[in-house]
Design a binder for this molecule. Structure first.
Ligand SMILES: C[S@@+](CC[C@H](N)C(=O)[O-])C[C@H]1O[C@@H](n2cnc3c(N)ncnc32)[C@H](O)[C@@H]1O
Length: 323
């Protein structure tokens, strides 16, 4: 019981380190000295089929075509793949860039999650958050990139971006969309998995995987792969949904069945991780979690903002331990 309270207090401290300037945190701020206060800074098509599917050197390992229910080839280490999950994404891949379609929640959350990423990466890598291209010089991989909703703004912020996804249709859509703009056409998209990139000994200054871990077969193995892709003292950013009753009521019952924001069956409550579980598996993967924030939805404005309420959607930033 005492250790549970301690863990909860520590999580609260992780959140407070990010949202410290807001009204949310008061009692636990000083609990963990290693979480230093750093003020939060707000961040604010026609296809070209002649382009190859991917500029990635990686051989396409997993081919999930729309409507199919199985992968056509077996990747060397399939530990993160959950085929029914991939089939769901393959079936709606064409709608990635429809901001009113099934991925509307990701479109609406994007500015808020980018604000978190800009804030933590600029502080960690000592970049100017007010620069138009603060991520210049950083090599970032977006694991489970889908149609590239996150990869594209990261590239616009100056990063050298690799986007990988296990569903080939997603990569095809991402490639076509990115090629519409010379800045985003530099993104390297690969139909592959994190574990395959590890086998190829790729590594990155920052490894980002948003809303993916709840769809993989083995979250701990997946985190090991994310950690292996991160250079020592590099950054790892992961977002997911808490396995809480509140998340069941809002992220599943309301979002899928009442408001129809997401197709029914998008999420399995049992696949969600609590923040404590995520911290534990990340730490076991040699990543120290530095900050965590929740996402709060305002039904009046229809907008999301960062908060210290991690009871539903949350995001964590950690750094890879130097051996
Ligand atoms: C909810 S979407 C999130 C997309 C993107 N990260 C975003 O937030 O905009 C989850 C994505 O993860 C991909 N995915 C699921 N399991 C994966 C795995 N083991 N390796 C790579 N991609 C995976 C799916 O194909 C899907 O595109």
């Amino acid at each position: 019981m005492a250790s549970k309270l301690l863990r909860q207090s520590r999580l609260r401290a992780l959140c407070c380190s990010h949202i410290r300037s807001t009204r949310f945190c008061n009692t636990t701020r000083a609990t963990y000295a290693f979480l230093k206060f750093r003020p939060f800074s707000d961040a604010s098509s026609s296809p070209s089929p002649e382009k190859p599917l991917s500029h990635c050197n990686t051989k396409t390992n997993t081919v999930m075509e729309r409507g199919s229910t199985s992968t056509s080839t077996t990747p060397p280490n399939p530990s993160s793949l959950k085929e029914p999950e991939l089939a769901k994404f393959a079936s709606i891949a064409e709608t990635w860039w429809d901001s009113e379609g099934p991925f509307k929640p990701l479109h609406v959350m994007n500015p808020t999650r980018l604000a978190f990423i800009r804030s933590v990466l600029c502080r960690h890598f000592r970049k100017d958050p007010n620069s138009a291209r603060p991520f210049e010089g950083l090599k970032i991989v977006d694991v489970g990139c889908g149609g590239g909703l996150l990869s594209e703004p990261l590239a616009r912020m100056g990063a050298t971006v690799t986007g990988v996804d296990a569903v080939e249709k997603n990569i095809r859509i991402a490639r076509l969309h990115a090629d519409l703009d010379p800045v985003t056409s530099t993104i390297e998209y690969c139909c592959t998995t994190a574990e395959k990139l590890v086998e190829e000994e790729r590594n990155f200054d920052a490894v980002i995987s948003l809303e993916v871990i709840e769809h993989v077969a083995d979250p701990a193995e997946f985190c090991n792969s994310l950690a292996a892709l991160t250079v020592p003292d590099g950054a790892t950013v992961i977002s997911t949904i808490n396995r809480s009753m509140r998340a069941y009521a809002t992220a599943i019952v309301a979002a899928e069945y009442l408001l129809h924001w997401l197709p029914k069956g998008t999420h399995q409550w049992s696949s969600f991780l609590t923040p404590e579980e995520l911290v534990l598996i990340i730490q076991r993967a040699s990543i120290t979690v530095r900050e965590m924030a929740g996402f709060a939805y305002n039904p009046v404005t229809g907008r999301w903002s960062l908060s210290d309420d991690i009871s539903v959607n949350f995001i964590s930033f950690g750094t890879k331990n130097s051996q």
